[in-house]
Design a binder for this molecule. Structure first.
Ligand SMILES: O=C(O)C1=C[C@@H](OP(=O)(O)O)[C@@H](O)[C@H](O)C1
Ligand SMILES: C=C(OP(=O)(O)O)C(=O)O
Length: 424
């Protein structure tokens, strides 16, 4: 395993161009594959998560090829049609945005499919989605532990058009049902429990509408999607990754200024609202059509904030506590425990290495860095891209080392290249 050494940084300046959003890339790939017509995807993220989706789509018989920087997807115009005689095994790594949507789409396709992935993927829940698909008459078996991948799916037809799903563990279950809904003859999706990560559901609806779906909704309680084919929008430009942007924007709030290209005032991603959090903490932000600029806060303020709507961006706030006047307290983030690692436990362990005071519970973390050591520390990253990217912000406080920096390949393979380009 490689370890990356980062000398203490004193400032960030200049500009970066973001890779495409993971959430939009994997949604756009799947929708293009099942749409009528050919789609040219611009600024598609190239990372492990999207490679898993691309490889899966190819194994399912979809033609995808690169034309320069553009990914061309020849849509099949329906759910997948594979032979039921041969089991197709899809290794989806640790990509939630591949596992959950494919689980739903394959259960209404023709064929026999095994969905598997990394060891951690086998610990990430999928029960609420698969159980709700079963109530539609679809066939999903757990090959190992009930409620978790690997899954054996025998594609079939729904026998009803209304489904209940619990939204309190992952919004991806609702997004998965929404994406499959038009192709199974239409669906009313009733959400039980308190839906988390709501902006990702809005992102899904915006994208399926772009591909021609008709959606009506009652807030976040009930969604009705009409039957119909998806139709390719021909060309689709993937926005830059707003979650990936948060590290650079946070660094600027701490120590300089940055222009981030690829997101702007019209971004549809929930994590764009991290900029508002930075403003609350004292940073100055300027928003334009296709870029944002962030400037150092004269004094960075602590914050006590519910981050349920931005679970990924929330991680960026943790190391920011090293630079704030007052504590950083992040609440309503229970979903951290079932993501790439138990992110609350991992953050407590890594932040404690800095000698700061960390308090945590089932769904919150609080950091008081008014007392801390000044040691050079080595951070473990738990095969979690966001642990590696978040902890890089500690380099404005001291020399640090990051174990397994390569884990950023899940969503942002060149993260440390860009970080070194703009931070000195
Ligand atoms: O739908 C999506 O693209 C995502 C939804 C969120 O997951 P949860 O809904 O499980 O919180 C987020 O953390 C993940 O990185 C991407
Ligand atoms: C939770 C994440 O990923 P996934 O899409 O695998 O859920 C993430 O990117 O932080």
């Amino acid at each position: 395993m490689e370890t990356l050494h980062l000398n203490k940084k004193s400032k960030i300046s200049g500009s970066i161009t973001l890779p495409g959003s993971k959430s939009l890339s994997n949604r756009a790939l799947l929708l293009s594959a099942v749409a009528k017509g050919t789609t040219r995807l611009h600024n598609l993220l190239r990372s492990d998560d999207t490679a898993r989706m691309i490889d899966a789509l190819k194994a399912l018989g979809v033609k995808l090829y690169e034309d320069g920087d553009v990914m061309v997807v020849e849509g099949i115009g329906s759910a997948f049609k594979c032979s039921a005689e041969k089991r197709i095994v899809l290794d989806l790594g640790n990509a939630g945005t591949a596992m959950r949507p494919l689980c739903a789409m394959l259960s209404i396709s023709e064929g026999c499919f095994e969905l598997t992935g990394e060891v951690r993927m086998m610990e990430r829940p999928i029960g609420p989605l698969s159980e709700s698909l079963k109530t539609l008459g679809l066939s999903i078996e757990y090959l190992n532990n009930p409620g978790f991948p690997p899954l054996l799916i025998r594609g079939g037809m729904v026998n009803t058009h209304e489904v209940h799903v619990d939204g309190s563990t992952s919004s991806q279950f609702i997004s998965a049902l929404l994406m499959s809904a038009p192709l199974c003859g239409g669906l009313t999706i009733k959400v039980d429990g308190d839906l988390i990560s709501k902006p990702y559901v809005d992102l899904t609806i915006a994208l399926i509408e772009k591909f021609g779906a008709k959606v009506t909704r009652q807030g976040y309680r009930s969604f009705t999607v009409a039957a119909g084919d998806y139709v390719s929008p021909s060309d689709y430009l993937v926005e830059g990754d707003a979650s990936g942007a948060t590290y650079f924007c946070a660094a600027a709030a701490i120590a300089g200024e940055i222009t981030v290209n690829g997101i702007g005032e019209e971004s549809t991603q929930g994590d764009i609202n991290f900029l508002k959090v930075l403003e609350k903490m004292g940073a100055r932000v300027e928003r334009f059509k296709s870029c944002v600029k962030v400037y150092k806060a004269p004094e960075l303020l602590g914050i006590d904030i519910d981050m349920n709507n931005m679970p990924d961006a929330a991680m960026t706030l943790v190391p920011m506590a090293l630079y704030t006047k007052g504590k950083v307290r992040i609440t309503n983030i229970a979903s951290w425990r079932v993501k790439e690692t138990d992110r609350i436990a991992a953050m407590v362990k890594e932040m404690s290495k800095l000698g700061v005071n960390v308090n945590s519970g089932e769904d919150f973390i609080e950091i008081d860095a008014s007392v801390r050591n000044h040691d050079e520390v080595t951070f473990d990253t738990y095969n979690d891209h966001r642990m590696a990217m978040s902890m890089s912000l500690a380099a404005f406080d001291r020399d640090i080392n990051i174990n397994d920096p390569e884990c950023t390949k899940k969503t942002f393979p060149d993260y440390f290249g860009l970080f070194s380009k703009v931070c000195e």
